[in-house]
Design a binder for this molecule. Structure first.
Ligand SMILES: O=C(O)CCC(=O)C(=O)O
Length: 271
């Protein structure tokens, strides 16, 4: 879709080991410098379709709504990295933006994704694609290295307006010597485990900050439809030999999710 960085590759054995031990891998090249303008235009085009009263951070399931979003998530260089962690057969079930305009004050509280996701077994890799260069100043995602091996942390509800998510792990529970900022160049990705503690601070810079997240799980993972009735999967690579989940249609055109959770059929008549 966009020009691939010549340095895109497969994960090294050290990176696979790091993912197992520390719960993340970062700085992986995907799109070339020449593609960054295209990536910015892609983001501006998709985000500008939202009505002004809808916060893009409160929308999800873009891969079920928008062909352009879906196609980006099928970039072979991205799927190669995911395959190196999940094996040959995996599905996509989530796709969203984590966006912070300069000084908008929004914060992602410390959390473990698995806390939010009723998946059995709990096994998901998130791809976080940097649309803009991302560092401490503009609120890069931070992780607590190795925290995915420490079980479930206590999450408390916090509905403060500037928080992008509403369940929070208090700072006193985490080992702050293990915090790593996942600084990325636009076009690079990080990968993180669904049990890893992570979050991000406000964007105090004059630069934009946005990550595109794509959630992938192996085909043996089943979503609990009693808790998440809208859980649907799209085969991203390989074969689905288990068929445990409802299938989401591949978008045939452009629609825009206006909320967190939608069935793929809700977008159908908008394509
Ligand atoms: O972009 C961020 O700061 C947080 C992203 C996040 O929470 C996630 O990908 O699960």
């Amino acid at each position: 879709m966009f020009e691939i960085d010549q340095k895109a590759r497969r994960l090294s054995e050290e990176e696979k080991e790091q993912y197992i031990k520390k719960g993340y891998v970062t700085g992986l090249p995907v799109f070339s410098e020449n593609a960054i303008n295209d990536l910015h235009n892609w983001y501006d085009e998709l985000s500008s379709k939202l009505p002004p009263n809808i916060d893009i951070n409160k929308t999800n399931m873009w891969h079920k709504a928008s062909k352009k979003f879906h196609d980006l998530c099928r970039t072979p260089a991205i799927l190669d990295y995911v395959e190196d962690l999940l094996g040959p057969n995996f599905v996509q079930w989530g796709g969203q933006f984590f966006s912070k305009e300069p000084k908008d004050g929004s914060v992602v509280p410390w959390h473990q994704d698995a806390q939010y996701w009723p998946l059995n077994p709990s096994n998901a890799v998130t791809v976080w694609l940097a649309v803009f260069d991302t560092d401490e100043e503009n609120g890069a995602m931070k992780v607590v290295s190795g925290s995915h091996k420490m079980g479930q942390f206590v999450h408390k509800k916090n509905t403060a307006k500037n928080l992008v998510l509403d369940q929070e792990v208090s700072f006193d529970q985490l080992d702050d010597t293990k915090i790593v900022s996942l600084n990325l160049k636009a076009g690079q990705i990080s990968l993180h485990n669904d049990a890893l503690l992570h979050g991000s601070e406000a964007n105090n810079s004059n630069r934009r900050r946005c990550g595109v997240t794509m959630r992938f799980s192996p085909t043996n993972v089943k979503g609990n439809l009693k808790i998440w009735p809208f859980f649907e999967t799209q085969l991203a690579r390989g074969v689905d030999e288990f068929n445990l989940n409802p299938i989401a249609q591949i978008p045939r055109g452009e629609a825009t999710p206006l909320k967190m959770f939608s069935f793929s059929h809700e977008f159908e008549n908008k394509w």
